[in-house]
Design a binder for this molecule. Structure first.
Ligand SMILES: [Zn+2]
Length: 63
């Protein structure tokens, strides 16, 4: 199953809320996505369970 689900996160750099799409066919993943507001990289850790998004953590790449 390949399913993209939207999630709202808060950018750790500019604190704006942005929407991302998470591939919920992967149980656990970490990837870098540029913030659509400040364009700085955000490290996103996403967890899914049986195709449903169960958790998203974000941190700045500098940490
Ligand atoms: Zn930002």
């Amino acid at each position: 199953m390949y399913e993209l689900q939207p999630a709202v996160i808060q950018c750790p750099c500019c604190w704006e809320q942005i929407e991302i799409l998470v591939d919920c066919s992967i149980d656990s993943q970490e990837y870098v996505e540029d913030c659509s507001v400040c364009c700085r990289p955000i490290v996103i850790t996403a967890h899914a369970w049986e195709g449903e998004l169960s958790g998203v953590d974000v941190r700045s790449e500098d940490d």
